[in-house]
Design a protein around this ligand. Structure first.
Ligand code: PEP
Ligand code: MG
Length: 588
């Protein structure tokens, strides 16, 4: 293979240089093989045995991963075990065998296709990625029909792993061996297990490379640049040298950021601020704290609903929440009740397709329509709150009546627990997300009804500017510095503070150092973001003087456009606080 450069998506920063280790491609059979009538029973038996073997195998892997990497990384296997227990999964496979008189391999591949079609229709990237868990379990079961080894043995040497796609269990077992220098994959996205795991283990990774696994073979030399999302195959000496020096610079930069994590979160004039982490999986907690998080400001709970084709039980929720709460203790964990509906559809609820999902039965609207679902989650959150570091966060509040309804249900659930003599935090905080412009406009009214508020700018901006957050065609309009957006956010922050209520911002906006400085100027002190951005934001906020920023931001509020505001802030911050800019890449 000649020298070649491939562009993908960098999902875990850093640079690795080394030899390729090619992972086997996961495939399901496309050949339908039928069996005579008298063998149907045998095929069903094969499936049952394969499920049993898979259960035993997963429980073994789970224990190994727990030992090597900690309990948080073994959670995915618990999800997989739940899937295996799911009666509807086994019965749909067995039904195909019986009805079509087919071999078990074919039946499993048909069920796999059914799920694949279902997941492909989901617009949300994060939800779509969870299909890999279904593939993982079904692939393992298929292999266990014949008792084939599930993984190619490796020689233990440090190499770069190249794959078409890595199943979550494969990613966990391979990456935990400590001999993976980097990862390059054809498939994958920002929120795939491989991406999350690579980030938390500091392994550079590039995904979405389309056909890298077909182009490469074992032993090829490659460079994985997870910072710029590039893979360089068989680099000539000059290019290799360039990347070795880039690797050194990056390692120093990372060292500096890690050092920042240990410093206090205060501005130059000693005003305290709090960096918090947004997480989607329990596996992310330890990484968040190592990067300087002082709590989990937003725990998105949607993934729990995707681990099984039936709805999760109270125990499923509870084991996850209590684990996260324990790991974060004494720092707080803001658990957001499920934000599904709209385009993040749950197959288990069989909700009809809506003409305008973003404006439909989403988040709190959906849970108030499915109160049993809501109660199960609230009970589990309450039970996980015994150590008093758990808070409840309600997404997509539009009007004060919804808070009233939530409180009635919460009180009923609390009463149930008291009767059952189950302990929980009697004074658990209840907060509302400000994501709908109508809610923003009545912040003062809402603030009186809740213990705290959290601004979700990803949705607030899309609804305020009528610009779909995931539509590239209108992304030019999605401007956090649009004068009406900044005025609205300032109003929300000031109104909450006037009511003496805690206020956090947990949209992407908080992850951008320049925007975080502006938010600080509005008086915001709690910033919740994807943990990888915490060091950068913390460094920027530590480099400014709160009083001066307040004045500069105040003046910028009379400007007419987002661009004028940005330029004004940069010019003035640069004069007042050269360090905030000199730390580099201030606008991320
Ligand atoms: C938001 O809308 O800003 C938010 C944090 O919630 P999500 O991104 O999960 O919709
Ligand atoms: Mg939102």
């Amino acid at each position: 293979m000649d020298y070649l450069r491939l562009k993908g998506m960098g999902v875990s920063p850093g640079i690795s240089i080394g030899e390729v280790r090619l992972a086997e491609k996961v495939t399901f059979t496309t050949r339908k093989e039928t069996v005579p009538d008298d063998q149907v029973k045998k095929e069903v038996e094969r499936v049952r045995k394969a499920f049993q073997r898979t259960r035993e195998q997963l429980s073994e892997i789970k224990d190994q991963i727990k030992e090597k990497m900690g309990k948080e990384h073994s959670f995915i296997f618990e999800g997989h075990m739940l899937m295996l227990k799911d009666k509807s999964l086994t019965s749909s496979i067995e039904n195909i065998i019986r009805n079509e008189k087919s071999r078990a391999e074919w039946a499993i591949s048909q069920v796999h296709n059914k799920y694949k079609n279902l997941f492909q229709s989901i617009k949300d990237e994060y939800f779509r990625q969870r299909m890999s868990d279904v593939s993982d379990v079904l692939f393992r079961v298929t292999k266990n029909l014949e008792q084939l080894p599930t993984e190619k043995k490796d020689d233990g040497k440090e190499k770069i792993l190249v794959a078409h796609d890595l199943l979550p269990s494969e990613a966990a077992t391979r990456l935990s061996k400590g001999n993976v220098l980097g990862v390059a994959m054809d498939m994958g996205g920002e929120t795939s297990h491989t991406a999350i795991l690579s980030r938390s283990l500091n392994i550079p990774a590039v995904v979405g490379l389309r056909d890298v696994s077909q182009k490469l073979k074992d032993g090829d030399q490659i460079i994985v640049d997870g910072t710029d999302g590039e893979v360089i195959v068989n680099p000539p000496p000059a290019i290799r040298k360039e990347f070795v020096s880039k690797q050194e610079k990056y390692n120093y930069y990372r060292y500096e950021l890690r050092e920042t994590a240990k410093l206090t979160s205060t501005t130059l004039d000693r005003v305290k601020f709090t960096p918090l982490a947004n997480i989607e999986l329990p596996e992310e907690v330890s990484m968040a704290f190592s990067l300087g998080a002082e709590g989990i400001g937003l725990f998105r709970t949607e993934f729990i609903y995707l681990q099984s084709s039936s709805l999760p039980t109270e125990e499923d929720h509870f084991s996850i929440y209590s684990q996260v709460a324990k790991e974060a203790y004494p720092y707080p964990v803001y658990i957001r009740t499920v934000d599904v509906g709209g385009e993040k559809n749950l197959p288990q609820l069989k909700i009809e397709k809506e003409p305008n999902p973003a404006l439909g039965l989403r988040a709190i609207r959906l849970t108030l329509h499915n109160r049993d679902l809501f109660r199960v989650q609230l009970r589990a959150i309450l039970r996980a709150s015994v150590n008093k570091n758990v808070k409840i966060l309600i997404p997509m509040i539009t009007e004060v009546e919804e808070i009233g309804e939530v409180k009635i249900i919460l009180d009923e659930v609390k009463e149930e627990l008291r009767k059952e003599k189950i302990q929980f935090d009697e004074n658990i905080s209840l907060g509302a997300m400000i994501e709908v412009p109508a809610a923003a406009a009545i912040t003062d009214i809402l603030a009186k009804e809740v213990d705290y508020l959290s601004i979700g700018t990803n949705d607030l901006i899309q609804y305020y500017l009528a610009a779909d957050r995931s539509n590239e065609l209108v992304s030019y309009l999605f401007k956090p510095l649009h004068p009406s957006v900044v005025r609205l956010i300032r109003f929300v922050i000031e109104s909450a503070q006037k009511e003496g209520k805690e206020i956090t911002l947990c949209g992407e906006m908080a992850a951008n150092p320049l925007l975080a400085i502006i938010l600080l100027g509005f008086g915001l002190k709690q910033f919740s973001m994807n943990p990888i951005f915490i060091p950068k934001v913390k460094k920027a906020l530590r480099a400014v003087e709160y009083k001066k920023v307040k004045k500069i931001v105040q003046k910028a509020m009379n400007l007419k456009t987002a661009q004028e505001i940005e330029e004004y802030i940069i010019e003035n911050i640069l004069v007042e606080h050269p360090k905030a800019i000199l730390m580099g890449k201030i606008t991320s």
